[in-house]
Design a protein around this ligand. Sequence first.
Ligand code: BDR
Ligand code: CA
Length: 317
Amino acid sequence: PIRFVLDCDTGSDDAIAILAAASHPELEAVAITTVGGNVALEHVTANTLSVLDLVGAAVPVYAGADRPFLRPDLPIPRDVLNKDGEFQLARLGFPEPVSTARAENAVDFLTAFFLDDANADVTLVATGPLTNLAVAVTAEPRLAGRIPRLVVMGGAHANGNVTAAAEFNFWADPEAAEVVLSAGIPEVVIVPLDATHSAPLTERDCAEFDAIGSPAAAGAAMLLRHRLAHDQAAAVTASSPVHDPMCVAYLVRPDLFTESVRAFASVETTGDRTVGELLVDTRPWCPEPPNATVALRASVEVYREFLRTAFEAADRD
Ligand code: BDR
Ligand code: CA
């Protein structure tokens, strides 16, 4: 199997990523680290444990940063998905977590893990603010070169979602995102909103998951319906982007992204209106060498196949 560590802020689409990853026969989640983001760190960690308990997956969980790299406060979104800023999966029918997080901090875990030669083939997938990783690569300068591949959901080449310029994960901790993109990690794949919005899921997907019927599929259907209701209430469309699982889908289905660009990518940390903006410099005369591959479009068919394969395998377990 393809081994990876997931750094996340569960979160509804982070939860679907965990359900799919824990179920897919070709994926092995070696560990999960948590970071404050969609909700406060304590709820992120509890949500992550709830998801793992639902599917009986014994993946070690390490809690990390509860606030951004430099900024004092985490800007927790309050929207229909997260009315009181305390989106808790146990309130949505997921089990109250029985398992607990490890005592070791996520930053210490990530550092020791990737410095270990035995883990030179493990991808790091990040689906929340990049705080843990920014702290780790800053404290241990050898670390960036030892993470073979980072696949990160964040940014937007076209419009953002929090502001016209910025997507949530990069906006919530822009300094962390900039530190990580400029750290020198050998292979960086950025999955921005351009890719995730190009392959939204619909009620038809929920019905397919219902038909599969495994706890993982049922959990994903419930979370996807929640997202669809939210997006419909916001009068957008009858389909919803499901961002984070695309990062794990890409690990087994590199054909997921049908258009991408290699470029120098950086994150704005100061602009009044543009803080958190991902800048993808595709100018032929860009003075900096490319540091990332940025996905621009995804195939919804490939995405659906990935999710179906994962949830059907869960059914057989
Ligand atoms: C990102 O922000 C979070 O709300 C989602 O989990 C995803 O990681 C999308 O902007
Ligand atoms: Ca997330």
